[in-house]
Design a protein around this ligand. Structure first.
Ligand code: 5AD
Ligand code: SF4
Length: 362
């Protein structure tokens, strides 16, 4: 405990931790001191405002085949749907009417949305005077440039894991190097760049998570989203991992079978300590594992929530993992529900677009 307190003091005062210190915080018996420290740092550097971003899931088609994800191309159990540009623009318009200042467009890697189609969608949304975040996967430098020129403000691309062996196993046909290159390109093009990881992937080690955290700081990201791994029975993930988890002597090798809510919360809290002014969402995956997940996250370092503003069909088809929280709510209910909860914990809903305000250098 004493050791944890010393490490936390150091983090709060210097915003710097080495790998061993991060590992210590990930492993410490009880996370409550860490969560309280992250909450205080959040209050000091990011304030009490919570930024709401309207999440619109535009397509569940994906050309990739990540072993853990329900949207993977070989998942024949999933009915596929995508929205046309006009439908997307219409949903963005509705989200504005609900009071949102930022739209997040999310999809699997779906080549249907050519650079031309994206330009049309982006310009129309920017004409509504909204901030726009894209989360549509790995693209070329020129594509990212075209979206930026059309007006996109932010981009989310999770690195998922920086453990190259694990990455190659879980994300066949993809390369960690290329994904890192994408993040560099996004930064270079002036996007507010978000990344993050899944915590609890089968075969992942706590040591590699400590490295992931340092990687996110090295970019440095403007936003960091952390989600606990949730097993999807329509994916082959355990077949791809059982042997690596079971065969290892290392106690910190995760098996993908636990509840990784607490672990995700710790990763999130550590990121807040070492990058005090970035935007950190309380993620849907956290809410899926704990009915108060987003509120707990908001009290442990997070300052952003991305309520679902998808309507109709696609809302239930966007099944990355089973039991996804709040699938049956309407967009209006999603917004009202979270607003009330935010107010109940003494925080306020931001009226602004919620760009990162840099208060510290890193
Ligand atoms: N559990 C939790 N998160 C997942 N993702 C994909 N599959 C899972 C899963 N089984 C996350 C990835 C991806 C985002 C769209 O969903 O981090 O970037
Ligand atoms: Fe596609 Fe992303 Fe799922 Fe991988 S994690 S299958 S790239 S949606």
């Amino acid at each position: 405990m004493k050791q944890t307190v010393t490490v936390l003091d150091k983090a709060v005062n210097t915003h710097s931790l080495d790998k061993a210190e991060i590992l210590g915080l990930l492993k410490a018996g009880n996370g409550s001191a860490l969560f309280a420290a992250a909450d205080a740092v959040r209050k000091k550097y990011a304030g009490d405002e919570v930024h709401l971003r309207a999440l619109i899931e535009i397509s569940n088609y994906c050309k990739q085949n990540c072993l853990y994800c329900g949207l993977r191309r070989d998942n024949a159990e999933l009915a596929r749907r995508r929205l046309e540009p006009e439908e997307i623009i219409d949903l963005a318009y509705k989200a504005k009417e609900y009071g949102y200042k930022t739209i997040v467009l999310q999809s699997g890697e779906d080549p249907y949305y050519t650079a031309g189609k994206m330009r049309e969608i982006i310009s129309a949304i920017k004409n509504l005077d909204l901030a726009l975040t894209l989360s549509i996967g790995e693209k070329t430098y020129d594509e990212y440039k075209a979206y930026k020129e059309a007006g996109a403000d932010r981009y989310l691309l999770r690195i998922e894991t920086t453990d190259e062996t694990l990455y190659n196993k879980l994300d066949p046909g993809m390369s960690l190097k290329n994904r890192m290159e994408c993040l560099k390109n996004l930064k270079k093009l002036g996007y507010e760049t978000g990344s993050g990881i899944i915590a609890g992937l089968p075969g992942q080690t706590l040591e590699s998570i400590a490295e992931d955290i340092l990687f996110l700081k090295s970019i440095p990201v403007d936003m960091a989203g952390i989600g606990p791994f949730i097993y999807n029975p329509d994916t082959p993930v355990f077949n791809g991992s059982e042997e690596s988890a079971a065969g290892s002597e290392e106690l910190t090798v995760l098996d993908g079978k636990g509840n990784y809510f607490d672990l995700s919360l710790r990763v999130m809290a550590i990121l807040r300590l070492i990058m005090p002014d970035i935007n950190i969402p309380a993620t849907t995956a956290m809410e899926t594992l704990n009915p108060d997940g987003r509120i707990i996250a908001l009290q442990s370092g997070a300052n952003v929530v991305m309520p679902n503003a998808t309507e109709g069909d696609l809302r239930k088809f966007y099944e990355i993992y089973p039991g996804k929280a709040r699938v049956s709510e309407s967009p209006a209910e999603s917004r009202l529900n979270i607003e009330n909860k935010i107010k109940a914990i003494g925080r306020t809903v931001s009226e602004g677009k919620g760009f990162r305000i840099k208060t510290v250098r890193n």
